[in-house]
Design a protein around this ligand. Structure first.
Ligand code: OOG
Ligand code: NI
Length: 269
């Protein structure tokens, strides 16, 4: 699988549960813009057959190398970023994992019951990121109990490994040149922004300014019936040049900490 095919497949799984993404694309295209993807993000469970240690070799196979690590202790998450080793224009990848052993005993047990179902060879290729749920769907009660303590845990139990957002590379837009302008455009078009920590995450001094929409909602088949829950969202990133004139390639933990909340149920439209 080539890197292009990988992102095409991710997009094909993302759009049906994130109709706003196609809508935003159409609106920007109509203004003459070409959309480039800055990055995608994946979520997973630590200490499992789908943990970062199992997934990173698949990213390497696609040509990626590890860049940096990030820590989100209040959310019991850790994460790493990956850059393409040869193609600086390729999308970046943000991969995080939940340390469920730091949740309550009940929710730790709920996660372990899901993890126990994952075939040991589930991660055999980059297809592992294509949204096939590695466990049977949880009950809605378990989903809610997980999400009450960790929105991330609930989301991951329901959705599995898939691109939870794509990101418009604002540096490469021609019709909008600041995050302020992007946000004004989105609000004008009726989209809801994730306002956690403010509509704009980061400053020029951080070398990365970001904003994101509130996730769409979609119907998930839980073990005991279908329910509408937050699905996936869209992000916008403007990168600034560092002292040597290179665009900052990493992520900013304080920004990311707020972007995670784009899929919180309290924001459900
Ligand atoms: C990832 C949140 C972090 C960024 O650009 O900092 C992020 C997630 O929601 O899984 O996307
Ligand atoms: Ni992101």
């Amino acid at each position: 699988m080539t890197c292009d095919q990988f992102f095409q497949s991710l997009w094909a799984q993302f759009v049906p549960v994130t109709p706003q993404a196609e809508h935003i694309h159409a609106l920007l295209s109509a203004r003459g813009d070409h959309i480039h993807n800055d990055h995608v993000a994946f979520r997973t469970f630590a200490n499992s057959p789908v943990d970062m240690a199992h997934l990173v070799p698949m990213l390497k196979r696609l040509g990626y190398r590890h860049h940096e690590d990030y820590d989100f202790s209040s959310k019991h998450l850790s994460a790493s970023s990956f850059l393409h080793a040869e193609d600086p224009g390729a999308p970046k990848i943000f991969l995080s994992e939940l340390h469920d052993d730091r949740l309550s005993a009940q929710n730790h047990a709920r996660v372990r019951a899901l993890v126990a179902q994952i075939p040991s060879d589930f991660v055999a290729g980059p297809e592992a990121f294509f949204g096939a749920l590695p466990w049977s769907p949880p009950t809605f009660t378990d989903y809610q109990a997980l999400a009450d303590e960790s929105e991330y845990a609930g989301w991951l139990a329901a959705w599995g490994l898939r691109a939870n957002h794509f990101t418009v590379d604002v540096n490469r837009l021609s019709s909008l040149s600041s995050i302020q302008a992007v946000n004004a455009f989105l609000i004008d078009q009726g989209f809801s922004l994730n306002l956690s920590g403010g509509a704009i995450k980061g400053t020029p001094a951080d070398l990365l300014e970001q904003s994101s929409t509130i996730a769409d909602s979609a119907t998930v088949s839980f073990a005991d019936g279908a329910h509408t829950v937050p699905s996936c969202f869209y992000e916008f990133a403007l990168r600034h040049a560092d002292a040597s004139g290179n665009l900052y390639p990493g992520f900013v933990a304080a920004n990311a900490n707020k972007i995670f909340e784009s899929t919180d149920r309290r924001n459900l439209k």
